[in-house]
Design a binder for this molecule. Sequence first.
Ligand code: ZN
Ligand code: ZN
Length: 352
Amino acid sequence: MTVHHQRRSRLREALSEDVRGVFVTRDLASVRYLTGFSGSNAAVVIGTDEAHLITDGRYREQAHHESPDVAAVIDRDVVGALRGLSAGRKIALDDRTPVGMAQQLTEAGLAVRAVADPVAPLRMVKDTQELDALSRAGGISARALEQVADTIAVGDREADIARRLEAAFAEWGADDRAFATIVASGENSALPHHRAGDRPLATGDLLVIDCGAKVDGYHADMTRTFVVGAEPSEWQHEIHSLVLQAQQAARDAVAPEVVAGDIDAAAREPITHAGFGEAFAHGTGHGVGLEIHEQPMLSARSSAVLPEHAVVTVEPGIYLPGRGGVRIEDTVVVAHAPQVLTEMQRGLTRVG
Ligand code: ZN
Ligand code: ZN
């Protein structure tokens, strides 16, 4: 029995009685999770004891190769294919499916109901194969960042560093980058969502690098902060040690059955206590897997309970507009002895 077959069995068990007839998802990450298929156009249909993958002619070979234990339906007309497969039964569509799809099905005379995405809770708990891919993605990210950090010099442009890092991911065996690499220097480091631009690194800059490699569809996510061409100044050292303390507290709080909001609170406590609460204006972390952001969210309001073998990021930060910022992020497996997948030293080290 393949791992995908096992996942589909777990999904069937999780579906309520009335949804068990025909469940359909077009979410590509869920399609890949349930069938192994990684093409860009697909729907998966899960019946009581059969599974179908609908895709178009471009993917005929790939569907057979990646999803040998699922019946492939090669049809550009997804609605028509679904009409044939549902054979009058009511279709349960996960609520992440684009609204237009439900409308098309209804207009074609099919009975449709939206259900809360039943795949997301399953995807939250990673199986051995997923943990292995995430572990490789995390290891590659950390080794590549260590390697590139050694090459950084005053005058380098942010975008050049991002390119070098992404090339290093490939050299270390990644399939791709997990997301557009963030390299934020000087005042840009105070912008949590800055990407990587033309700014040349200057002596004394804080430098935030947020990056990740992708392996077999699985994403890693890590951030380290450096100081460029000089020893850290007092204020840089102060905010960095607070963020490090916050990140360690949050990492220590990660355990099975813990409420996500409590991990956020653990990260926030030392930062707020030191008077920088307002300067930590984003959530503490998020789940990672086949998507870079997935359940569970580690935010103040989150009542999600962390299951064993969820994989989450822990990424507090302090951002001082016009001056600079610090973020430290790791990807961590939730377990009684939590495992950090992006192991690399976290101190405020000098580069350049
Ligand atoms: Zn990140
Ligand atoms: Zn992140």
